[in-house]
Design a protein around this ligand. Structure first.
Ligand SMILES: *[C@@H]1O[C@H](CO)[C@@H](O)[C@H](O)[C@H]1NC(C)=O
Length: 148
């Protein structure tokens, strides 16, 4: 009866919450600000929130397989070919991190890697979602209402 339904609903919640996490816009704003992304390399917080939205929909476990066989990982959709390690014998891995570390709710490694991408590629052009939807726009709305 009701009891069983409640228990199944509870189990359902537990299962989905371990599968993937969607951060809210403001929670991300907070995490990004604490990690020093606001104005990192000259890019305001709005740029980072906007970019994460168009790259992953704030989904920490988002994975996209590309035509060349490489995979984009996590909230910033960081690519395995250059930036992380998905196989043992892989040379590039510029972020010195396992790709699997980029698809967890702890965003520490993803943020460190994103900072490196911005430095090494000189800007945020790496992210197509950012180029298409965020670049050159007034991005102050993205942190509106957030406690940052
Ligand atoms: C997040 O991405 C994963 C992998 O692409 C997907 O399986 C999952 O359904 C997504 N989560 C949400 C809440 O959209």
């Amino acid at each position: 009866g009701m009891k069983a339904a409640g228990i199944f609903a509870l189990i359902g919640c537990l299962v989905t919450s371990t599968e993937s996490k969607l951060y809210t816009r403001c929670k991300l704003a907070q995490i990004f600000a604490r990690a020093g992304l606001d104005n990192y390399a000259g890019f305001s917080l709005g740029n980072w929130i906007c970019m994460a939205y168009y790259e992953s929909g704030y989904n920490t476990t988002a994975e996209t397989i590309l035509e060349d066989g490489s995979i984009d990982y996590g909230i910033f959709q960081i690519n395995s070919y250059t930036w992380c390690r998905y196989a043992k014998l892989q040379e590039k891995n510029h972020c010195h991190v396992a790709c699997s570390a980029l698809v967890t709710d702890d965003l520490t490694d993803a943020i460190i890697c994103a900072k490196k991408i911005v430095k090494e590629t000189q800007g945020m052009n790496y992210w197509q979602g950012w180029k298409k939807h965020c670049e050159g726009k007034d991005l102050s709305e993205w942190k509106k209402g957030c406690d940052v």
